[in-house]
Design a protein. Sequence first.
Length: 305
Amino acid sequence: CTIRDGGLMNNHKFEDPFVKAVYETAVAAGVDTVELGYKADKKVFAPAEHGPWKFCDEDVLRRIVGEKPPSVRLSVMADVDRTNYHVDILPKEKSVLDCIRVAAYIHQIPGAIDMIKDAHDKGYETTLNLMAISTVQERELDDALAALAKSPMDTFYIVDSYGTLYSEQVHDLVGGALAALEGTDKQVGFHAHNNMQLAFANTIEALIVGASRLDATIAGLGRGAGNCPLELLLSFLRNPKFKLRPVIETIEKVLLPFRKKIDWGYSIPYMITGMLNEHPRAAMKVREGSQKDDYLAFYDQMIEK
């Protein structure tokens, strides 16, 4: 998810060589699916203010992937109420994409199911990524899973948007989702954020319980505190299918120079928002300002809030 989640740190204004390097690294590393960005509605998000990976037009995608090898699948994310999916998501035979990942908050589940049906009917694999799951009440989650079990969704994703979950919670959430979807052939996935330095550990916990789709980004590049680092996950899996060397090479040659321009990864402000189960937007604002290391002032401000 390096380009999609990482794009939240620079308005998706990645240059082609960067995107191509990430894509080719994922292919060389044996990653199953590469997520390249969003399918955002250009009437909602002005193209002048966002890079091309906010919209993932077909010509832009093909410019990067060329003749895609059959071993790798391509996905994009489509947010409920922020995607003109009837128009912008083409029939599968006209697209290089394989999977549409629908992102929704708990109150948007009905709209998400409509989008899943649309993408499924167009020939795509589909996922439902339930955002901010740490804020969802148990009964709401049960109702959502019951509805999704009847939909053509292929995978249900638990998304720790605020990076606030501990392993016990991950254990219960993954186990509960697997039980709710038992007998449907649907899979469960996990997407972590690293506010509490637990993205990697929580991803392992999800895997142990039975999640079969795991998200990661190269060097953890992602919104705010970032995600589970791909290099850590591949080193843990120890599957000969996966190759770690291409990832290390790209971190050295591409991600290290990029880190001088963009601030991401664990820091105290992100820890504070994760601890409080808050959206990281306040921490992101601080880290982008001139007092980015005024940790105590930010702590007092958030605690008082």
